[in-house]
Design a protein around this ligand. Structure first.
Ligand code: NI
Length: 252
C-alpha cells in the first residue's frame, strides 16, 4: 500500500525525493506518519477509509477536533512501531453552506464504496475555477479536496531516526539553505519538547491543475513534507500544532 501512496504523493510533490536526499543523504530513516484528507459523507468518512489499515494491524490511538477549521481527525498506529502512523482528517461538511455540501456530494456521485487503494485514486471529476474559488472562501481544506481528491496529503520524516540532526531548527536551516520554503504560520516549529512533539513542514508544492473554465494551467498548493521530533515516547498529535500544519497548503 505504501508504495502506491508514495508514488502518488511524490508525483504531486516532486521535491519530496530531493528533500530526502538533502536530509537523509543515504541514511536509513523512519516515516513518522502519512496523512490523508476526506469528508464525513457516507462511505467516505474516517472510519470507513481506515478499514484497510485496521485489517492490516493498525488500531485507533487518538481523536482530535479542530474547532475553527471544522475538522475531525483520528490517528492509527501499527503493532510494528517502525511502520508509519496514519493520520486521517475529515471535513465536517454539515457545518458549511449548501453550496459546499452539494459540491462535496457531487465529488462522490455514483462512486463505488472505497477499495484498499482508494486513497491513491485522486479525483474522477473535472474541476471548475469559479467553484474552486468559492470553496476557498469557506474552507481551504474543501478547496484542496475538490482539486486533488483522495490522495496522501503529506509524508513525515521522523527526525529522531536521523543521527545527523539534533533539532528541527537545524532541519529547517538546511531546508531553507537548499531553497525550500518552510511553513512559518504559528512559527516555523510547532509544539515543544514539554508537549512531547515538535513539528515543521515545507510549504506545499505548486502542482499544475487544469480547470475546465480556464485557458491556462494554474499552480495550486498540493502536498508538503513534514518533519517531527518526538520526546518522552509521546506518539500522539497536538491539536494547536496540527492546526497550523494544515495551513501548509494555504494559497496566500
Ligand atoms: Ni502530519
Amino acid at each position: 500500500m505504501f508504495d502506491g501512496f508514495w508514488r502518488v504523493y511524490s508525483n504531486l510533490n516532486p521535491d519530496a525525493k530531493k528533500i530526502q536526499n538533502v536530509l537523509c543523504a543515504g541514511r536509513e530513516w523512519v516515516n513518522d506518519h502519512v496523512a490523508f484528507r476526506t469528508f464525513n459523507l457516507e462511505d467516505f468518512g474516517i472510519s470507513r477509509l481506515a478499514e484497510p489499515f485496521v485489517s492490516r494491524g493498525y488500531s485507533l490511538k487518538g481523536r482530535y477536533r479542530f474547532q475553527a477549521k471544522r475538522l475531525f481527525a483520528c490517528h492509527y498506529e501499527h503493532i510494528d512501531p517502525l511502520v508509519p502512523k496514519i493520520f486521517i482528517s475529515e471535513l465536517l461538511v454539515g457545518e458549511f453552506s449548501d453550496f459546499l455540501q452539494e459540491t462535496m456530494r457531487f465529488m462522490i456521485e455514483g462512486m463505488r464504496p472505497p477499495t484498499d487503494l482508494f486513497l491513491t485514486t485522486g479525483r474522477s471529476w473535472r474541476v471548475n475555477y469559479k467553484i474552486y474559488n468559492r470553496l476557498l472562501c469557506e474552507s481551504e481544506y474543501a478547496a484542496w479536496l475538490y482539486v486533488f481528491g483522495f490522495v496522501p496529503n503529506h509524508f513525515t520524516i521522523y527526525i529522531n531516526s536521523l543521527n545527523n540532526f539534533d533539532s528541527l531548527v537545524e532541519v529547517n536551516q538546511v531546508l531553507k539553505k537548499n531553497g525550500y520554503r518552510v511553513n512559518a504560520n504559528g512559527g516555523e516549529i510547532k509544539g515543544s519538547p514539554a508537549l512531547g512533539l515538535e513539528q515543521s513542514s515545507t510549504l506545499a508544492y505548486g502542482a499544475e491543475v487544469e480547470f475546465e473554465d480556464l485557458a491556462t494551467i494554474k499552480k495550486i498548493p498540493a502536498c508538503y513534507y513534514e518533519f517531527v521530533k518526538r520526546y518522552d515516547s509521546f506518539n500522539g498529535f497536538i491539536v494547536d500544532s496540527a492546526d497550523k500544519i494544515f495551513e501548509s497548503t494555504d494559497v496566500k
